[in-house]
Write a protein that binds this ligand. Structure first.
Ligand code: ADP
Length: 301
């Protein structure tokens, strides 16, 4: 296969590992900076242009689109899909996963366990919103945040009111969420490929921190997960339409609750923590699945 890795960082761990794994299995791989791609959408033959050439040789592309570049990145990916090129994760699924609220709505539709979550536009409803999620302490999240930025634990009703008020004042979209205290500042990252969890780890926030993000100084170690956690992770990826996903779960008194489904999960944390060659497993899956036009949502918004 000729595989295009759509990534802005050829030196990033995940990008390098994917190229390495592809070559090791006898494929060709090229890193393509999707921001440097441009497209011709007026012609009958959709094409992607890159560095003075037309990219028409790929059998498959692996999108590694940065959160802040979702709009342009998914547009380029959609163009590849319209050319019949197989995408490991499709543009529609990536767009869904990048919107926290939309993701939670899709997951709830499938009956997947979630922390009680509320969402409002106007500060008039803040009091009710806080009550809706069970009162303080509660977590307030910026819809557009990543890596734990814009995730705040409000310990009192008053603190919650001021944080929500301040965010809304800035015209930001926020959601209020039940605080899962018993998770103890840890979450479980399940790395899903198609219908399997191929690796899992527990991430623990540093002392005094309820957010377990590795970017915030959290640490990770391998963790065996229960069958219920396994099936929750796989169902979540399916609900979003993702072949590859990093599903983050909180361990609550009532079983696993899904916090987030990530469509570009990093490989470094999981490979280092578990010793599993996840990149190889991704390429192996693509060998079976990557057929031309094997795209569920081609051309859809
Ligand atoms: P981001 O997408 O910015 O990483 P998350 O929603 O994943 O934001 O939250 C960051 C971290 O905060 C999570 O990994 C988890 O450890 C913690 N956290 C988030 N929501 C809750 C919650 N409702 N209850 C307990 N801990 C939470």
């Amino acid at each position: 296969m000729k595989i295009g890795i759509l990534s802005r960082g050829p030196k990033l761990y995940s990008t390098k590992r994917l190229v390495e794994a592809a070559k090791k299995r006898g494929h060709e791989a090229e890193v393509v900076d999707y921001l440097k791609c441009y497209v011709n959408i007026t012609s009958h033959k959709p094409s992607v242009h890159y560095k003075d050439r037309i990219l028409n040789e790929f059998d498959a592309v692996v999108p590694r689109i940065g959160a802040s570049r979702t709009f342009y990145g998914t547009a380029i990916l959609r163009q590849f899909e319209m050319m019949g090129v197989y995408a490991l994760n499709e543009s529609v699924a990536i767009s869904r996963s990048r919107d926290k609220l939309r993701s939670l709505q899709l997951l709830s539709k499938k009956g997947i366990g979630l922390p009680v979550t509320g969402f409002a536009h106007s500060t008039k409803h803040t009091d009710d919103l806080i009550k809706l999620v069970g009162g303080a302490p509660l977590v307030v999240k910026l819809l557009e945040g990543t890596q734990g930025k814009g995730v705040v634990l409000a310990e009192t009703h008053q603190a919650a009111e001021s944080v929500i008020g301040a965010f809304m004042e800035l015209d930001a979209h926020v959601l209020a969420q039940e605080f899962i205290e018993e998770a103890g500042g840890a979450d479980i990252r399940c790395f899903v490929i198609n219908d399997k969890v191929v690796a899992s780890m527990i991430r623990q926030g540093k002392e005094g921190e309820f957010r377990s993000n590795l970017h915030r100084g959290g640490s990770a170690k391998v963790m065996k997960i229960s069958p219920e956690e396994r099936s929750t992770a796989v169902r979540s990826a399916k609900a979003m339409g993702l072949n590859l996903a990093g599903v983050d779960l909180l361990r609550s008194k009532h079983g696993p609750l899904v916090m987030e489904v990530n469509s570009s999960p990093g490989l470094e944390g999981i490979e280092v923590a578990t010793g599993i060659d996840v990149a190889d497993k991704i390429i192996q899956f693509m060998e079976k699945d990557a057929k031309p036009w094997n795209t569920k949502t081609v051309g859809r918004g």
